[in-house]
Design a protein around this ligand. Structure first.
Ligand code: NOJ
Length: 755
């Protein structure tokens, strides 16, 4: 019987792959025939990705753009959505061009399209890939209902420097967690093979190492050893490729002295040959042109470099469009290179089904039902709740008791705009539920005290910078002194103060690096004034990066990190504050004590002189401990969890064995709760130095008050492997430690060896 079943399964898999093969042959034939009809100009036109904005009446078409589309000189557009606007452009492409090739429609759908979910850094703090996949699915569904067929997400750049504004867009510092999130998002957006018309092309970015810019400054130089790349930075990109991501975006930074967009090693050797990526490569926004400023040559030269490195679509800069023909005619770029690039663009369109139906994503009826529907709003709230991280909770200050007199103070209490964060795409901030609105809805008006307390940003220079670029920071009519005085008076009437503070959305995201990453001075002044009232303070943070919170940690009772929580953010925060939901998020990025500790990350090396209190010449600072304020993986709950000692199934394993790592976890507090149990390993001796800890597994476990569970993780030799000095993926025999715990610092440990 078994034999029969497996024969059937084999047959089925052969049939599937035969069917896939047939499909591919058909696609290749179609594209070959189409390309035989194309001129060189038209082929190069397919490589042109142009940005077209729109307003209520449709796309804002300059004469130039319209003419280009008509001449077949545009392969795809981005920044235009809605069925009406997309139809208008697609009409031109399929009715007014010689070959009627449909356009791709891309957009920066980063954490939701219309319904906004928490920022990606927040989503990753859920440590819940299935949840993240659902948010990407919902975003893809909305995008597809809005005419789009391509999203520029996920961003999977590992980041260890919270000064970098774009940490908000990624999944933090860890390659293993990052890889899980990358996979989840690709699957969420793309579904299975674009069979359904609500699945869209995903685009993993920014390839590669964009998160490692020096000093946390955006677009800055990256210089990194191959060992570090392979062992610490590349896993999330690779995970996206293995999950079948359809497109890859190059990064702005250089690698080994060559900008990623011209880097043949990166795009050809690593991406195409080693990883066998066969989808579409698109540059970042004007990244080809920017190679002129990098000092790589003039427009023609950088076009030549980018094409020969394997870029296929040129985002916005039109270097390919303006120089491609000359480059081919002069022999600097081969016809075969252009053909291969054009073929990949056409393949993406074919896979989406656009040649069968160019209007596949233009569906007004679907648009009405899919966007911001009840299910998506519920998911937005669920994701916001599961992303929040309880950083501190002394004296069980949280959850709040609604019978007490509570004062909500701060410029973000009533705020909608910042709640949806940066890169909130087509999200309408006016539809975001503020904390105050949620409180009113839950408890009725006038239940709580309120004072604004301070401006979100007082500093004129910073305000100008933010407002120059859509910051929308408006100063209050009252002076800062009056605002604080009002807040103090309000606090004095209360039993407990909830201060809602953080960053303006424009302080995170692209081109939003900060050299100091604490609360702004005026917000800290408010907090200090509130502290003087002697009232217990709960600090609710809305922000897009790890902040330095040393003073806050010392001086307030509780700190709840809510990130920029999205469309339902306020409702989610209200549920958590009053205990209807119990926070369960865990940091995916270390919170330093001060900026001088940066870069700081848990999977660091031991060095030859690890810190020793009794020795002078050890690796340390004189003025701050080596440890972070809140480590990677940290996050409290309203309940408490106890971990028993780890049990191992064996003390020694061979390369073919499985090691069971078991631990008993008990909910010892007063609430039902969810704990993320984390497993790390350390390779004690290696042919290259190995990190002091590496995350290898995690599991979320839901435990009722008083309940306990045995958890078991299975490790194999695969989990012990790393890239050695020859970049070979190996496990080396020897001693290992395994740690299980509630965060990367607070763990139980055991030892085993690999024979
Ligand atoms: C530049 C950003 O780096 C990238 O992430 C984004 O997708 C493009 N602009 C398009 O807006």
């Amino acid at each position: 019987m078994l034999r029969k079943l497996s024969t059937l399964a084999l047959l089925a898999s052969c049939l599937v792959s035969q069917a896939q093969l047939d499909k591919e042959v058909k696609m290749n034939q179609f594209i070959t025939i189409l390309m035989q009809k194309m001129t060189l100009e038209e082929k190069i036109g397919q490589l042109n990705l142009t940005s077209v904005g729109f307003d209520v009446t449709g796309p804002i078409l300059s004469q130039g753009v319209e003419e280009k589309i008509k001449k077949g000189l545009v392969g795809g557009v981005f920044n235009t959505y809605t069925p009406v606007a997309v139809r208008k452009l697609q009409d031109i492409a399929v009715n007014e061009t010689r070959l009627k090739i449909p356009l791709l429609f891309g957009y920066d759908v980063i954490h939701g399209h219309r319904t906004i979910f928490p920022i990606p850094l927040g989503l990753s703090a859920s440590w819940d890939p299935a949840l993240v996949q659902r948010t990407a699915r919902a975003a893809g569904d909305e995008a597809a209902a809005d005419g789009l067929n391509w999203v520029f997400s996920p961003m999977v750049d590992i980041a260890r420097d919270p000064r970098w504004g774009r940490v908000s867009e990624g999944a933090g510092e860890d390659p293993y967690l990052g890889a899980q999130m990358a996979r989840a998002m690709v699957k969420g957006y793309q579904g299975d093979n674009f069979i359904l018309d609500n699945t869209v092309l995903a685009c993993v970015k920014h390839f590669a190492l964009y998160g490692a810019g020096e000093a946390g400054r955006d677009y800055n130089t990256v210089d990194m050893s191959r060992l570090r790349m392979y062992n610490e930075y590349l896993a999330p990109y690779k995970a996206a490729i293995d999950a079948g991501v359809a497109t890859v975006m190059t990064s702005f930074n250089e690698i080994d002295g060559v900008p990623a967009t011209a880097n043949k090693w990166l795009l050809k050797d690593l991406l195409r040959k080693q990883w066998r990526f066969n989808g579409l490569i698109v540059t970042d926004y004007t990244a080809v042109n920017e190679m002129i400023a990098h000092g790589m040559g003039d427009a023609k030269k950088v076009g030549e470099l980018a094409l020969n490195a394997g870029n296929e679509m040129d985002m916005v800069g039109e270097i390919f469009l303006n120089n491609g023909v000359d480059l081919v005619k002069s022999g600097r770029v081969s016809q075969a290179t252009i053909d291969a690039a054009c073929r990949n663009v056409l393949e993406a369109k074919y896979k989406l089904g656009l040649f069968d139906d160019p209007y596949r994503y233009v569906n007004e009826a679907r648009n009405k039902t899919a966007i911001m529907n009840e299910a998506k709003l519920a998911l937005s709230k669920e994701a916001a709740i599961k992303s929040m991280v309880l950083l501190k909770n002394a004296n069980q200050a949280l959850p709040l008791n609604a019978a007490k007199k509570i004062a909500f103070i701060g410029p973000l209490v009533k705020d909608h705009r910042n709640l949806i964060g940066n890169w909130s795409g087509a999200g309408d901030w006016k539809k975001a539920v503020s904390l105050w609105a949620a409180l009113e809805q839950k408890f009725g008006a006038d239940k709580f005290l309120y004072a604004k307390g301070c401006n979100l940003v007082d500093d004129p220079a910073l305000r100008k910078r933010l407002n120059d670029h859509d910051g929308q920071i408006v100063l209050d009519e009252k002076t800062p002194e009056q605002l604080i005085a009002d807040a103090v008076q309000t606090a004095q009437q209360a039993d407990v103060v909830v201060a809602v503070l953080g960053e303006a959305f424009g302080m995170t995201g692209e081109a939003a690096s900060r050299s100091m990453i604490g609360l702004l001075d005026n917000q800290l002044d408010l907090l200090k004034a509130l502290k003087k009232t002697g009232k217990p303070i709960v600090l609710v943070l809305m922000n897009g990066r790890p902040l330095t919170l040393s003073w806050e940690n010392e001086n307030v009772e509780a700190i709840l990190e809510t990130w920029f929580a999205g469309t339902q953010g306020g409702a989610a925060i209200a549920d958590v504050l009053f205990g209807e939901a119990n926070p369960s998020g865990k940091l995916s990025m270390t919170f330093p004590r001060n900026v001088g500790q940066v870069p700081i990350y848990y999977n660091a090396k031991n060095t030859g002189r690890p810190f020793d209190e009794n020795q002078k010449y050890t690796s340390k600072y004189l003025d701050v401990p080596n440890t972070p304020l809140y480590p990677f993986g940290h996050g409290l709950s309203y309940t408490t969890f106890n971990y028993d000692d780890i049990k191992l199934s064996k003390a020694t394993i061979t390369a073919t064995d499985k090691l069971q790592v078991s631990v008993h976890v008990a909910n010892t507090g007063n609430y039902d709760g969810v704990e993320t149990v984390q497993l790390y390993i350390r390779d004690m001796v290696g042919s290259i130095t190995r990190p002091v800890k590496e995350l290898k597994r995690f599991e979320k476990v839901s435990l009722k008050k008083g309940e306990s569970k045995d958890l078991s993780f299975t490790l194999t030799v695969e989990d012990l492997k790393f890239f050695n000095a020859d970049l070979k993926w190996v496990a080396e025999p020897g001693d290992f430690k395994v740690f299980v715990g509630t965060n990367s610092q607070n763990v139980k440990e055991a030892s085993f060896s690999l024979k």
